[in-house]
Ligand binder design. Structure first.
Ligand SMILES: Nc1nc2c(c(=O)[nH]1)N[C@H]1C(S)=C(S)[C@@H](COP(=O)(O)O)O[C@H]1N2
Ligand SMILES: [Mo]
Length: 321
């Protein structure tokens, strides 16, 4: 007989916590309206993807990114094993199952790549991936990373401050927010087709002062190598004091805007995924506590820190004026 583990109440089924239930709710709604068929038609395509494993974890064929570690931004914490970081992923364009994402990225092309940066600025530009690597010296930073689903890890990213990139385009005085957009290629992203009622492409945003904070980075590498596709290769955002969904993957567009931009998660469920999304242990998610988190390296439950441990650096951004 199969062993059935009874999970303690704090142990959330990570993959189901968030969007599954929203997805289900939306599907039920659409089905009632007669918009959805049986859903069985999706199965063959999904199986075909599953066999496409060889190329799956291939990273971008670019120069290795072994950059010097910046100790000022790298607390001395044990790293989460690379095997876990690269095989336990939230990337809904591919799958809602964390352990499936790395197996489904094989068809996703990340070379060539370019990023458009424009909107309210004096010098809009399109940068190739190689141009991006020249924006500022690459450095390694060891950051805590905390998902809204209450799990966390410690990760060595390679990248450079987002502020350096924004400075290049010379934002105008009315640029109050930055909007980020992920590439949308349904043919290469099986999850997009499955979640066809989501407001794709994936979008996120920051206030201008948050975007200019030195902790916010554009990341092009992980564990000294090019960013794996499942982790958001070739280029993603990392904002370590906010919940993980703010750290948008595979960016193709960065737009300076006047008003707070719409984002995918905030559009789907505003009460569960506020725009600001700072890590705040005292503010529970509507469906679970945020006081503790499951450390992916050990499986242990550990306390969640205000601003994910970065309060000294970022709390002033949120002080009453
Ligand atoms: N485009 C895109 N970016 C995304 C996501 C996604 O589904 N699509 N998931 C977010 C969430 S919820 C988390 S926790 C992190 C996960 O990053 P990782 O897989 O590198 O750990 O990516 C974020 N960025
Ligand atoms: Mo997340």
């Amino acid at each position: 007989m199969a062993y059935i583990s009874i999970r303690p109440p704090w142990m959330l089924p990570d993959h189901a916590v968030t969007p599954e239930h929203i997805h289900r709710r939306r599907r039920e709604f659409l089905r009632q309206l007669g918009f959805l068929g049986s859903g069985l038609a999706l199965a063959p395509a999904t199986l075909a993807q599953a066999t496409n494993r060889n190329a799956a974890t291939n990273a971008l064929a670019a120069s290795p990114q072994a950059a010097p570690r910046n100790p000022a931004f790298s607390p001395k914490l044990p790293l989460t094993p690379e095997r876990i970081v690269t095989n336990y992923n939230n990337y809904y364009e591919f799958s809602t199952q964390k352990d499936r994402v790395a197996q489904l990225v094989g068809r996703f092309r990340t070379n060539p790549w370019s990023v458009w940066i424009g909107g309210l600025c004096a010098k809009p530009m399109t940068l190739s991936f190689d141009d991006l690597l020249q924006v500022a010296p690459l450095e390694e930073r060891v950051y805590r990373f905390r998902c809204v689903e209450a799990w966390s890890m410690v990760v060595p990213w390679t990248g450079f401050p987002l502020s350096k990139l924004l400075a290049k385009v010379e934002p105008t005085a009315d640029a109050h927010y930055v909007k980020f957009t992920t590439v949308l290629r349904p043919d290469e992203m099986p999850g997009v087709q499955r979640l066809s009622d989501y407001p794709w492409p994936y979008t996120e945003g920051l206030r201008m002062d948050e975007a200019m904070h030195p902790l916010a980075i554009i990341a092009t590498g992980l564990f000294g190598k090019p960013m794996p596709k499942q982790n958001g290769g070739p280029v993603r955002l990392v904002v370590p004091w906010k919940y993980g969904y703010k750290s948008i993957k595979s960016i193709v567009k960065i737009e300076l805007v006047r008003d707070q931009p719409e984002t995918l998660w905030n559009t789907l469920a505003p009460s569960e995924y506020p725009f600001e999304s700072n890590v705040e242990p005292n503010v529970p998610h509507p469906r679970w506590s945020q006081a503790t988190e499951r450390d992916l390296a050990t499986g242990n439950r550990i306390p969640t820190l205000p601003y994910n441990g970065y309060a000294d650096q970022v709390a002033s951004l949120y002080a009453p004026k």
